[in-house]
Design a protein. Structure first.
Length: 124
């Protein structure tokens, strides 16, 4: 089974763990670990972690492996936790959550699950 993805290479402004959500960095061509539901998430790091100032491959579209930060059910809209793990987007009333995509498989804390990347925003 083929899994076509779009992968782009960026400079890591901070250490980025494998299979975690990343956001745009402070300069063009750079990324940082995502750490808040309002972060401008970009994609998911590949299976290779990157140290600060190293190059980092980021999956921008398609289905990506991602570490779950809690219980996830396939079909859930996913955002990031403080560690760049994918968690269910559940914004409070009037609060915005940036979403990275839709869960493809169910899982629990620290499972490597899958997300169909489709960035967007969800308001509670």
């Amino acid at each position: 089974m083929s899994n076509t993805t779009l992968v782009r290479n960026f400079k890591a402004e901070a250490a980025i763990a494998a299979f975690t959500i990343v956001k745009l960095g402070t300069a063009d061509g750079q990324v940082l670990p995502a750490a808040a539901v309002a972060d401008k998430t970009l994609g998911v790091s590949t299976d290779i972690a990157a140290a600060i100032n190293e190059r980092c491959d980021v999956i921008l579209s398609g289905i990506a492996d991602v570490i779950y930060g809690g219980a996830v059910t396939r079909g859930d809209l996913l955002t990031t936790d403080a560690s760049g793990r994918a968690v269910v987007a559940a914004p409070a009333a009037g609060v915005n959550n940036r979403i990275i995509g839709v869960a493809v498989v169910s899982g629990v804390l620290n499972d490597v699950g899958q997300v169909q990347i489709s960035q967007g925003m969800l308001q509670g």
